[in-house]
Each structure stands twice: as structure tokens, then as C-alpha cells.
Write a protein that binds this ligand. Structure first.
Ligand code: F6R
Length: 612
């Protein structure tokens, strides 16, 4: 979604800001803009469409010496919420004097009231955005101290924000503030950067300060001074970013998605590192913080998440029930707080999120906390809001996921959920033998994934026929049902083919009416106690002329009915969800590539969804 970059320091700001915006392109956006301070003036340019159009505009409209002069600046990529993606609605927005500029992520809920008040005082708004109301409010309060004006304005504001503000009258300063929308300050040598996502600043510095909700910071080239909204000083630690700058490069692959698919042997290895106890057939997850007593007392696990993370939770649901004999359920995070959930101190609520910033998942965490439940985060982005608010949890260590379509986060989430289920199971009723066997299977995951990746070319061939269709079904049973949902989600989001994932047995209860001759039906038919039933369901589709693409276990009964076969190595049915998901990721990728789709940034999508 929207992205923020800011720069103050010894280098020219414009190229740093444009570079930072390019790093944030993956998050999804539809317009971009930047403001820089030059002497006593602010200069602003905005453009609809890609950051490259903004860069063209900078080259065409700003003299070269301005582009390289040392200046302070803020920049933004906007994903439209209030008002269409037009130049007038793009950030940075100005106050009435035009001497203050502001960029904003999030949503200001009471902007209509603020706007009406300001209009009554004679303000004429230039955009339809909620953001402009805040920019104008800051201007109203400005009496020579930008930080004071920002604080006064924010005390009037309801909603979520991450903002960065500069003033023509205060050279060398950026004021930033956050509530509900992430902001991080990069602390370099004689320079500071601001970003809504650390990937925008990793090539400049690894030292960062994560702002907390309610923080307001005055940032200069060599100082960061943080207070709360009552002007009380706040102390924030400087953290070290974990990942390398190369992690946000394509590294020779055509797309980030393909790179991230191929990174999975390594990212899953990282998720497992130091956490599998192969001697005792259990897992060591210190982040879970559950002692033996707490494990026995647990009465239920409730997982919350959205999209792909929700699907990972659905696989976890099977694992917890089967291995730990623990009632488990998965709820869409968006629904959780509105249904007045039944949770208490003996329930463990697990918030699953790659970004750690998804608004609905965060709101579910807060609701569960209010209800007194135990909370845990299963998050990839270190230092993200959900990771910090949950207090305890397990990181995925998958590295930055740049492609909008989530791949390595899903397999990391499932791997960690399997570890959690193993640990809880061994603490409750899982036998040592079963624990040992399962731990050994989980340890094989990197090699199982590699075996699927080796079939890349064969899967690309299967994609050729699929790419010609506009509809597809994905079918699975048990833990493969959520994998079918995930396969369908991957295909629809990046190839724009209408794809539906179903429980294999559910098809004949309605959706089968949609089957037409030649329609691709992907059937997850790996070794499992119900594989014959699944093959029976595939037969029903075949009998109606469908083209069957079967994901089967190597050496197992290959469905004679299958038109195309993709093999996964023989492994435990719960563990098999991971290599099967990798096969479906590759299938979706190749279909989208053949259809010429913008794979890393599909239309209308954003990488992290920070609005409800
Ligand atoms: C799909 C996808 C989304 C996310 C969802 C939750 O490929 O990426 O469905 O899974 O928006 O995001 P996180 O995991 O960041 O909370």
C-alpha cells in the first residue's frame, strides 16, 4: 500500500528519495510524489502511475543542479483510498500557505469533520483526500515550531497514520509521527532516512529506530528526538536490520516471485534452524514462552490471519488437532473482533502475518488481548507492529518478501506451525516414536522443496495449456484443502484467471455445474488416508471433460485419468502441504508469465494491507 520515504543529510535528497520509492514499488501504488526543500522554498512534483514517470518529471522540470543539491525531502507512493489516483490527490499535500508539505499512510477517520471546520474558515481544498485535512490543520497551528504544530494537529485526528512533514521555514528538519501505520528511522553517518518499510533504507544504513504508536520525532541529519503527543521525551532503542541489501534485489531472476519461490529451501531451513530437536522428537521454540504447565492447561488454539496467512493457519488447524489433540480453529482476522469472540486466558491466539502490519490482524490481536487470551505472533518482518504488540512469538526468518504474491512466507508459516504442533503435541499426548518420525520428516523439508523446484521446466510445460483458459478449479482434502485454496489464490492474483479452491468432496454440491470440457482442474492427490476418495472426485470431473492436473506422490498410484502429473516426494501428509504448495506457486508463476502479466505487482493489490 502507500509508502513513505524521507531524507535529511549529507547527500542530495532527490536521488535518495526516488531510489527509496523504487524500493517500495512492490507494495502496490498508483501515483507518486516528492517535495524537497531548496533554500527557503519547497518544491513539489507528483505524477500518476509509476515512480519512473515521477523520475522523468524530475529530470524534465528540475535543473540538474537542484537534483544534486543537498536538500531535505519527503516522498510518497499512494494507493488510492479517498479519491481517484490523480495528480491532485497524490502526496505530498500542502497547507494553505503552501509552505508546509506532508505525506501520510493510513486513514484519517474524522477527516470530514476537520475538512468542514476548515472550509468554514475559508480553506479551499485541492484534493479529495483525508490527508489534505491534516496538512491544512498543521498549517493552522503553525507559529514557527513545526513539531508543536504537528502535535497540536494530531491531537485533533482520529484514525491511523504514519506521517512525515517538512516546512519551508525549518530547513534541515523532518517531523515524523505514527499511530497504527509503521514508520522506521534509519540512522546513518551524518544522515537520517525515514521509511514506512526498512527495505527503502537498507542500502544506506542498517541501524534503525522503530517508532511506536503515539511517537513524534524531530529528525535532523545527526539527531533523532522523540516525544509523545504530550511533549514528554521518549527513549527508543536503535536496532540492527537483519537482512542484507541483496535480499531486496532480483539477483538474476526475472521476477521477485520466482526468486522467492526458489529461495524456499533456504528460507524454510532458516525457519527450522535451531528449532528441531531430532533426539527427542520435539521442537524448541523459546519465543512461544509456553512452559509445561501452560501447555497442559491450554484449552484451545485460535489462529487469525488474512489471505495466504489464513490458509497457512488452516493447515495448522489440522496439525494442532492431529498432533496435539488440541481443539484448534482459524478465523479470518477481519471477522474476529466483530463477532465478540469467545476467548479467555486458557486460549492461545496466534496472529499469523508475513508483514506484521495487516490492519485486520492487528485489530484481532488487540481484541484478543482485551479479552485476556494468551497471544502469540507468527510474523516474518522483524520489529513489525504485530511482532511488537504480541510480545511473544516466533519469527519466520524468511527474509524480505518483495513480490506481492506471498510464497516463502506461506511455507515458512506452515513449517513453524508444524513445529508448534509438534512441541505442543509432545508436551501433551504425542508419543516419542511419532514425534521422532515427524521431526525427521520436517527436517527433510528443504530437500523436499528442492525436488519440486527441479521440476520447474516440466511445470512450465503444464502451464502452457492452463494459460489458455479463463477458469480453473483446485481440489484437495484434509490439510491439502487449504493448499488448494492457496493454489487458487496464487493463480487468480497473478494470472487473473478465475480460480476456485474447493474441498474435493464439495464440488458436486454445486460448483461442478461450472465444469466445461477442457477446464483445468488441479487435484491434490498425494499419499494420504483419503487419496482414493480424492481420485474418485477427480474421476467425476474427468467424466465431464475436465483436464486433470494431478499433484501426486512419487512412486504412488499415479492417477491414470490425469492429463498432467506433477510429483512430490513421498512424505508425511502434513509435511507434504509444503512441497505441494511450492508446485502450485510455480504453476501460477508460469501461467502468469505466459499470459504476460505484471507478476510482482498485480493490479489492485498491495503488499501489506494497512487499512481494514
Ligand atoms: C496473497 C497475499 C495476501 C496476504 C494477506 C495477509 O498472496 O499476499 O493474501 O497473505 O494480505 O498479509 P500478511 O501476511 O502480511 O498479514
Amino acid at each position: 500500500m502507500c509508502g513513505i520515504v524521507g531524507y535529511v543529510g549529507r547527500h542530495a535528497a532527490t536521488p535518495v528519495l526516488l531510489g527509496g520509492l523504487r524500493r517500495l514499488e512492490y507494495r502496490g501504488y498508483d501515483s507518486a510524489g516528492l517535495s524537497v526543500q531548496d533554500g527557503k522554498e519547497l518544491l513539489t512534483l507528483r505524477a500518476v502511475g509509476k515512480v519512473s514517470r515521477l523520475a522523468d518529471k524530475v529530470r524534465a522540470e528540475w535543473p540538474e543542479e537542484l537534483q544534486t543539491r543537498r536538500v531535505v525531502g519527503i516522498a510518497h507512493t499512494r494507493w488510492a483510498t479517498h479519491g481517484a489516483p490523480t495528480e491532485a490527490n497524490a502526496h505530498p499535500h500542502a497547507d494553505a500557505s503552501g509552505r508546509i508539505r506532508l505525506v501520510h499512510n493510513g486513514i484519517i477517520e474524522n477527516y470530514r469533520a476537520i475538512r468542514a471546520k476548515l472550509e468554514a474558515k475559508g480553506h479551499v481544498f485541492a484534493s479529495e483526500t483525508d490527508t489534505e485535512a491534516v496538512a491544512r490543520l498543521v498549517g493552522e497551528y503553525y507559529k514557527g515550531d513545526l513539531r508543536k504544530a504537528v502535535i497540536a494537529a494530531l491531537r485533533q485526528v482520529e484514525g491511523a497514520y504514519g506521517i512525515a512533514v517538512i516546512s519551508a521555514d525549518e530547513p534541515g528538519r523532518i517531523i515524523v509521527a505514527r499511530k497504527g501505520s509503521p514508520l522506521v528511522i534509519g540512522v546513518g553517518e551524518g544522515e537520517c532516512l525515514i521509511a514506512s518499510d526498512p527495505s527503502a533504507l537498507i542500502s544506506h544504513t542498517r541501524r534503525v529506530i522503530y517508532l511506536d504508536d503515539g511517537d513524534v520525532a524531530l529528525v535532523t541529519a545527526d539527531s533523532v528526538d522523540i516525544t509523545d503527543l504530550n511533549h514528554a521525551p521518549m527513549d527508543r532503542d536503535v536496532a540492527e536490520l537483519e537482512f542484507e541489501p541483496g535480499a531486496v534485489e532480483k539477483g538474476g531472476y526475472d521476477h521477485f516471485m520466482l526468486k522467492e519461490i526458489h529461495e524456499q529451501p533456504e528460507s524454510v531451513r532458516n525457519a527450522l534452524r535451531g528449532r528441531l530437536d531430532l533426539l527427542n522428537g520435539t521442537a524448541v521454540l523459546s519465543g512461544m514462552g509456553t512452559g509445561a504447565r501452560e501447555l497442559l492447561d491450554l484449552q484451545r488454539i485460535v489462529m487469525v490471519g488474512c489471505g495466504t496467512s489464513l490458509h497457512a493457519g488452516m493447515v495448522g488447524d489440522f496439525a494442532f488437532e492431529e498432533l496435539a489433540a488440541l481443539p484448534a480453529e482459524v478465523q479470518p482476522a477481519a471477522e474476529f473482533r466483530y463477532r465478540n469472540p469467545l476467548v479467555d486466558g486458557r486460549d492461545l491466539v496466534v496472529a499469523i502475518s508475513q508483514s506484521g502490519e495487516t490492519a485486520d490482524t492487528l485489530a484481532a490481536v488487540r481484541e484478543a488481548k482485551d479479552k485476556g487470551a494468551m497471544i502469540m505472533g507468527l510474523v516474518n518482518v522483524v520489529g513489525s507492529t504485530i511482532a511488537r504488540e504480541t510480545g511473544r512469538g516466533v519469527y519466520l526468518h524468511a527474509g524480505p518478501e518483495i513480490s506481492v504474491a506471498s510464497t516463502k512466507a506461506f511455507t515458512g508459516q506452515v513449517a513453524v506451525l508444524l513445529l508448534m504442533a509438534l512441541k505442543l503435541g509432545r508436551g501433551r499426548r504425542l508419543s516419542r516414536e511419532r514425534g521422532l518420525a515427524l521431526a525427521a520428516e520436517i527436517a527433510r523439508l528443504p530437500e523436499l522443496i528442492e525436488a519440486v523446484l527441479r521440476q520447474d521446466a516440466a511445470i512450465a510445460k503444464v502451464a502452457e495449456s492452463m494459460a489458455k483458459h479463463e477458469h480453473a478449479f483446485f481440489l484437495g482434502r484434509g490439510p491439502m484443502h487449504p493448499v488448494a485454496l492457496e493454489g487458487a489464490l496464487k493463480l487468480k492474483e497473478i494470472s487473473y484467471i478465475h480460480a476456485e479452491g474447493y474441498h474435493a468432496a464439495e464440488l458436486k454440491h454445486g460448483p461442478i455445474a461450472l465444469l466445461t470440457p477442457g477446464m483445468p482442474v488441479v487435484v491434490l492427490a498425494n499419499r494420504s488416508p483419503v487419496v482414493d476418495k480424492t481420485l474418485g472426485n477427480a474421476e467425476e470431473c474427468k467424466a465431464r471433460g475436465a483436464r486433470i492436473i494431478a499433484i501426486v506422490t512419487e512412486g504412488g498410484p499415479v492417477a491414470a485419468i490425469a492429463d498432467d502429473v506433477i510429483q512430490i516426494p513421498d512424505c508425511d501428509p502434513l509435511v507434504a502441504t509444503i512441497p505441494a504448495a511450492v508446485a502450485l506457486q510455480l504453476l501460477a508463476y508460469h501461467v502468469a508469465r505466459l499470459r504476460g502479466c505484471p507478476i510482482d505487482q498485480p493490479r489492485n493489490l498491495a503488499k501489506s494491507v494497512t487499512v481494514e
